[in-house]
Design a protein. Sequence first.
Length: 205
Amino acid sequence: MAKYVLTYFDARGRAEPARMIFAVAGIPFEDRRIKQEDWSVFKSQTPAGSLPILEKDGQTITQSLVIYRHLARSFGLDGETILDKARVEEILEYLIEVKTAWSEIAFGPQDEESQEKIKENYKLALDKKCTQIERIMSYSESPEGWAVGKRMSFADIMLFEAFEEIVAQSPSALDNFPKIKSCRQKLEANKNLKIYLSKRKHTRF
Ligand SMILES: N[C@@H](CCC(=O)N[C@@H](CS)C(=O)NCC(=O)O)C(=O)O
């Protein structure tokens, strides 16, 4: 079996979807967390000066979305048919747009006027992107209740992860999106994910 090392900061951030893919797939990996005080030295040793990176049998892969897709493909979580694979990737792209709008609240300018605009933009993004995701889910209606097609995919994991913080802070955030909600509930029942979540280190982001 390949040997995987996922390197990121001591946070969920851009590494968390990858950690969840490993967990759900039941594939062991080294979860390497770089301390802020060690970053300036470590940075110069990374290919792009940023994290996450994934090392697989001595080869290094950069870019979080590439890492997620690579892992999903490697573990058969990238969708069954060619069309399912496209649907999975569509959902990923929409979710990244929601995540980006959401992260601006914490990481964007903090003055009152900017925050008002950022929050308005986030609400619009949430509504627009979730409506689109629900549409995609109805195109490839899954009798089994997964996001796409007949089996669990990375889209389900991503739907769970992308909204974790949003739903924790605003429990009714997904009330207008029943397909997304029920898909998240289905994944929440996954045994491997439950074990992972029960042991996960608590971090602010
Ligand atoms: N497009 C890259 C962005 C990577 C990125 O910006 N990583 C941040 C952490 S989330 C980082 O390494 N920041 C530290 C730095 O740039 O020195 C990806 O998706 O992996």
